[in-house]
Design a protein around this ligand. Structure first.
Ligand SMILES: C[S@@+](CC[C@H](N)C(=O)[O-])C[C@H]1O[C@@H](n2cnc3c(N)ncnc32)[C@H](O)[C@@H]1O
Length: 310
């Protein structure tokens, strides 16, 4: 059965529900392709009670930031992303000093001068060595200000997305940076343990128990699956399916329902597979259909009822 999901109203509902449960939900700290914010109303109510929370493909962490309040382990292979979270978690001084100096320049510049700040930031990012606090700060600003929030690198691995212009130049960057130091974010980051590994190495690091819960949101099995320079191939989807078949805690996998995904998970007796229709907000140059069928695969009962989230 395919259940339709409508986007924006549903997100508002999810936030309210979690506030009612006494948690302090917050939004993801940066823009991230493939974020699951619009699917929270389907995902969050199906997260079982658990003692520890794991997320091997953390990205923007929309589920964690909205709905999780337990001891948590976040992993993503993207080194800049995880260095950004490390800097936020530890209130890294060089990271915040660099951000606020750019915020000062941004506020002094006229609207037409702001693209120069973006291009300086992009040049610095492309010239910098990996995992420095300054690079993490520039990475955050590029995520905020790049056209369409896109990732794209050229043949030399240099980030080459242009300035977001109309969309970016009116941004209140100070508000965005202040938010990274807000009480809600500090509290969330305190509970989060971070790593930047391939998912299989991350999983190898734990003895999983039945009361553990893992939310699994891998890159899609499609042309959408490239994150910056990270490819996620059919072979990677197969490695993941193998790891999940043996997983001893509870897990929820959310992904686009392609023939490969159906083939990998179909027929496993201990799994439940549900389908729902997802509407994308963006459709860059007609490359993706605006609507597609997603699968939610769990190793515990998590039925989706027709019409519940529409
Ligand atoms: C669909 S996104 C996750 C989105 C996230 N759930 C959110 O709400 O923002 C998939 C993530 O997997 C990461 N990734 C790609 N290959 C990986 C690998 N082999 N191991 C771990 N993470 C990987 C990407 O960097 C990307 O952040």
């Amino acid at each position: 059965m395919v259940v339709p999901v409508s986007d924006a109203a549903a997100v508002r509902t999810a936030g309210r529900e979690h506030a009612d449960r006494g948690l302090a939900p917050c939004r993801p700290l940066l823009k991230w392709p493939g974020g699951k914010r619009s699917e929270l109303p389907l995902i969050a109510p199906r997260i079982p009670e658990h003692s520890r929370y794991f997320e091997p493909f953390f990205g923007g962490g929309s589920v964690y930031f909205d709905a999780i309040d337990s001891e948590s382990y976040a992993n993503d292979l993207h080194p800049d992303l995880m260095e950004f979270y490390r800097c936020v978690k530890h209130g890294d001084e060089r990271f915040f000093q660099h951000l606020y100096s750019i915020v000062d320049d941004w506020e002094r510049a006229s609207l037409v001068g702001r693209d120069a700040i973006y291009y300086d930031c992009r040049d610095r990012y492309n010239a910098s060595p990996p995992t420095t606090a300054q690079r993490a700060a520039d990475f955050f600003l590029l995520r905020e200000l790049a056209y369409g929030g896109m990732f794209r690198v050229n043949a030399n691995g240099h980030f080459n997305v242009p300035f977001g212009q109309a969309y970016a130049k009116n941004k209140n960057l100070r508000e965005k940076v202040d938010l990274l130091r807000s009480d809600a974010v500090v509290a969330k980051m305190e509970r989060l343990n971070l790593s930047a590994l391939d998912f299989a190495d991350f999983l190898d690091g734990f003895e999983f128990r039945p009361e553990d819960f893992m939310f699994v949101d891998p890159p899609y099995d499609s042309s959408f699956s490239k994150y910056d320079t990270l490819d996620f191939s059919e072979q990677d989807q197969r490695r993941l399916a193998k790891a999940l078949m043996q997983f001893t805690g509870r897990f929820m996998l959310v992904c686009k329902a392609t023939p490969l995904i159906e083939d990998l998970y179909h027929g496993a007796e201990h799994l439940r597979v549900h389908h729902y229709e997802h509407q994308y907000k963006f459709n860059i140059k007609g490359r993706f259909s605006r609507s597609s069928t997603h699968a939610m695969i769990t190793n515990y009962e998590a039925a989706i009822v027709a019409g519940e989230a529409s």
